[in-house]
Write a protein that binds this ligand. Structure first.
Ligand code: SF4
Length: 313
């Protein structure tokens, strides 16, 4: 087990109706969060009357006693999904992307000179039992590659979190730093590629290299019911996960388009969306109304009762 609680970000409860993010220091600000929130892998794993267990993808986890004034840090085994994120963060498989992401982190953009760039592959983010999954393309060089969280710290993120918030999938419309306490509700965000590619253009071999991570995440997340693919590459990459997972694809194959919807094998509905890149949003190819329609559709699908198959015996 590592570290004392004073240098560790922990959530704890006041024992009544709120959970607080204790931040990184002993006297850090208290950020109230909804009681049943799940955050960045720090999902509530148990809610016995006295203790609430909080898991995190990295570092020590916390067991918090409602009656104890300070959180206690205990070692809790990571789930397979959390272990997978650790593996991804340490990945150095792509010979072009590793030096690129590190060089960007070293040289920085002038306006972010005071940032300690993340400069590593990005872990997926959100509720590990989510029913809604977003698949993006790849981190932006000075967005996710700087902040360390999917769609955090760039214009695309403003669109994504702004819209998630509007439809009740996020605790905040604003996502600028990975330690801001933002919570995703019933939502998990991942990407086709975990490292920032030059000019936002990954090579085919890089996409193939990263694909096993997405496949494994999907295998581990059997709660997912709706997938929103942001852009054609994300859409096509998601489809390529079907055969390795033993799932069938319809013929003809689903074709990418904005707001196209396909009910697929495994009980998942795939929705296509134009990527909220500046190229699309500044040219009007993607408007807020169009993006809203995607998440309105996702919410409508999630709100539908799940059909329970009759027992054939
Ligand atoms: S893009 Fe994926 S496979 Fe390539 S180095 Fe990054 S995490 Fe590893």
């Amino acid at each position: 087990m590592s570290g004392g609680w004073a240098n560790t970000s922990c959530l704890f409860t006041d024992g009544v109706d709120q959970i607080f993010d204790y931040g990184n220091v002993a006297n850090g600000p208290l950020i109230p969060l909804p009681r049943k929130s799940r955050n960045d892998g720090r999902a509530l794993a148990g809610t016995s009357p006295e203790y609430i267990t909080l898991l995190r993808p990295t570092g020590p986890s916390c067991i918090v006693s409602a009656s104890h004034p300070k959180p206690r840090i205990v070692e809790i085994p990571m789930t397979e999904l959390e272990q997978l994120q650790e593996t991804i963060i340490a990945c150095t498989k792509c010979p072009r992307l590793v030096p690129y992401r590190e060089e960007v982190a070293r040289t920085k953009r002038r306006m972010y000179m005071d940032w300690d760039y993340w400069g590593k592959p990005l872990p997926a983010y959100g509720d590990h039992q989510a029913r809604l999954l977003l698949v993006g393309l790849a981190p932006a060089a000075h967005g996710g590659n700087r902040t360390g969280r999917m769609f955090t710290g760039d214009r695309s993120g403003d669109w994504v979190y702004g819209t998630l918030y509007k439809f009740g999938f996020s605790s905040s419309p604003d996502s600028q730093r990975r330690d801001d306490g933002l919570v995703l509700y019933d939502t998990f965000i991942t990407a086709a590629l975990r490292c920032a590619p030059p000019a936002n253009k990954p090579l085919k071999e890089e996409r193939l290299e990263c694909l096993p991570y997405l496949i494994r995440e999907l295998e581990l997340m059997d709660t997912v019911r709706v997938v929103v693919a942001l852009g054609k590459i994300a859409f096509d990459t998601y489809l390529t996960t079907f055969a390795p997972r033993g799932l069938a694809l319809p013929k003809p194959l689903p074709k990418f388009g904005h707001l196209v919807t396909y009910a697929l094998d495994g009980g998942v509905t795939l929705i296509g969306s134009y990527h909220p890149s500046q190229q699309n949003t500044q040219t009007g190819r993607l408007t807020h109304e169009m993006f809203d329609a995607v998440f309105a559709k996702a919410k409508e699908l999630l709100d539908q009762p799940v059909a329970i198959k009759a027992d054939s015996n």
